[in-house]
Design a protein around this ligand. Structure first.
Ligand code: FES
Length: 157
């Protein structure tokens, strides 16, 4: 059985491995990671993750997106961060509420579940909503803010 201390150490090691430096209890977390997606091995919860926009080439234009996994949050599946406006970023789960399929990265204003084809909007007016294909509820959305002065995107996981 893991002790609380060993769990924290493991989490720290994980964060070092993927390049994210955590500061626990709601303080800022600086994400230095690039290409660290899809490696769920941590147990973070109730924290804020930050992403430096300058490091994310796929988020430089409106409609661009990235997939990122933050430990075991979001059932260990990636979230999808999308630039929906010049100064606005939004984050949705890739976990399909229908039967748990994986929702692919956005294309043409929608993201499609690979399992049964549910389609989810990726624009400001329909973000994460089921807009076609298999009928289901909306994808979970995570509160996301952007500070244009610092170029930091903050996601509450
Ligand atoms: S699991 Fe996504 S549409 Fe069925």
């Amino acid at each position: 059985m893991k002790t609380k201390e060993s769990s924290i150490v493991n989490r720290r090691n994980f964060m070092k491995t993927i390049g994210i430096l955590p500061v626990v209890s709601g303080a800022a977390i600086v994400a230095l990671c690039q290409g660290c997606s899809d490696s769920p091995t941590s147990t973070l919860s109730g924290e804020t993750i930050t992403i430096t926009l300058a490091n994310e080439s796929s988020l430089q234009s409106i409609g661009g997106s990235i997939r990122r996994t933050f430990g075991n949050n979001n059932n260990g599946l990636p979230v999808i961060v999308i630039r929906t406006a010049q100064d606005k970023f939004r984050t949705m789960s890739s976990y399909c509420p229908h039967e748990g399929g994986s929702v692919a990265s956005p294309s043409g204003g929608k993201a499609i579940c690979s399992k049964h084809g549910a389609q989810f909007g990726t624009s400001e007016g329909n973000f994460a909503q089921n807009i076609g294909g298999e009928s289901t509820s909306s994808l979970q959305e995570f509160i996301t803010t952007y500070n244009s002065s610092t170029g930091i995107i903050s996601i509450s996981i």
